[in-house]
Design a protein around this ligand. Structure first.
Ligand code: AMP
Length: 326
């Protein structure tokens, strides 16, 4: 189970941190993937663009290879059981631990004028999303590690108090470790709503992709053979590892190590490989986005699958909590 907020355009971080794993998981697991529209309300209360953004996230997920016939692909707000479970879990979550969450502290810094209770309890809602399907594996990027740890704590508390209903959820990735796709400016990470010029979006056109890559921070190159790579150079190699062939990567690694690297050539190559990677996704997403009848069918089918699973879980929850009075 996993989700993506409809707060903007999907980018390479979303793809390599999350969606790529969704696409592989759908072949082996029973999967639930949602557009986290309720979560987006914690930071984006204005809903004018919400519908368009929900359609966009759905289209981009499908264009990346997610198959709505294999998984439940749905909108969070269509599964009303989420809100009920969120309410129960809120009684097991403590103000102190929620205030210590890194993402909460970041958001408070960014938007001191909108520190709402939904923002504080974001990890509780996220736990409800996950355990509503009694999910064990949650494909997410590295930024979600702490939220998953909190989810396990809430689950342990629930199970301890009311009996074993939920498995403990773990962050999941097909590789060795969780992924963080850095921004092209050498700092931070690619992001939907911040850092726009350092982020490559799946909807960027070819020229914009090349332009953004060419602007990535570099320097004069290493002064001595086999020097350690500064963070911003390491980031460029990291991005190349994601979209370029092994031969290309090896060539530039060798060039770096023997001090003959030309960063202009490296960025040109990286730009071309990114364009090749993104163009088919962008074109497919665009055609899906224009088919609102198809998107409606996807959402309806997804919500029906998700609600079936949610309903079964909530019966167990109410039973375990002693909320059955007949
Ligand atoms: P969000 O964009 O915050 O709704 O996140 C959706 C998914 O994408 C989550 O699983 C995140 O962990 C993942 N994600 C977002 N940004 C990045 C990034 N720069 N690198 C890796 N994963 C990311």
């Amino acid at each position: 189970m996993s989700g993506i907020r409809p707060t903007g355009f999907l980018h390479l971080g979303n793809y390599f941190g999350a969606v790529r794993n969704y696409v592989r998981m759908q072949e082996e697991y029973e999967c639930y993937f949602m557009v986290a529209d309720l979560h987006s309300l914690t930071t984006h209360p204005d809903t004018k663009e919400l519908k368009e953004n929900v359609h966009r996230v759905l289209s981009e997920n499908i264009a990346c290879g997610l198959n709505p016939d294999k998984v439940a692909l749905y909108c969070q707000s269509h599964v009303y059981e989420t809100s009920e479970l969120y309410l129960y879990l809120n009684m097991l979550a403590y103000k102190g631990e929620l205030e210590k969450t890194v993402t909460f502290k970041d958001k408070v810094r960014q938007h001191p004028e909108n520190v709402n209770a939904g923002l504080l309890t974001y990890p509780v809602l996220q736990t409800a999303d996950i355990i509503l399907h009694r999910a064990s594996f949650v494909p997410v990027g590295k930024d979600q590690e702490q939220h998953l740890e909190m989810a396990r704590n809430f689950v342990k508390r629930f199970n301890h108090r009311y009996g074993d209903v939920f498995p403990e959820p773990h962050a999941f990735n097909f590789g060795d470790e969780l992924v963080k796709v850095p921004g092209l400016d050498g700092g931070g990470k690619m992001s939907k709503s911040e850092n726009q010029y350092a982020t490559i979006y799946l909807s960027d056109d070819d020229e914009l992709i090349r332009k953004k890559v060419m602007k990535a921070k570099t320097d004069n190159g290493p002064a001595a053979p086999n020097s350690p790579r500064p963070d911003y150079i390491e980031n460029i190699f990291g991005l190349m590892k994601l979209v370029s062939s092994t031969e290309v990567l090896n060539k530039f690694e060798m060039d770096y190590n023997n001090c003959s690297i030309r960063y202009g050539d490296m960025k040109k190559q990286l730009g071309a490989d990114m364009v090749q990677f993104i163009t088919p996704i962008r074109e497919k997403a665009e055609s899906i986005r224009n088919d609102s009848k198809y998107l409606k069918e996807v959402m309806e089918k997804g919500a029906a699958k998700a609600r079936k699973s949610a309903k079964a879980t909530m019966e167990l929850v109410r039973q375990a909590m002693g909320l059955n009075y007949f």
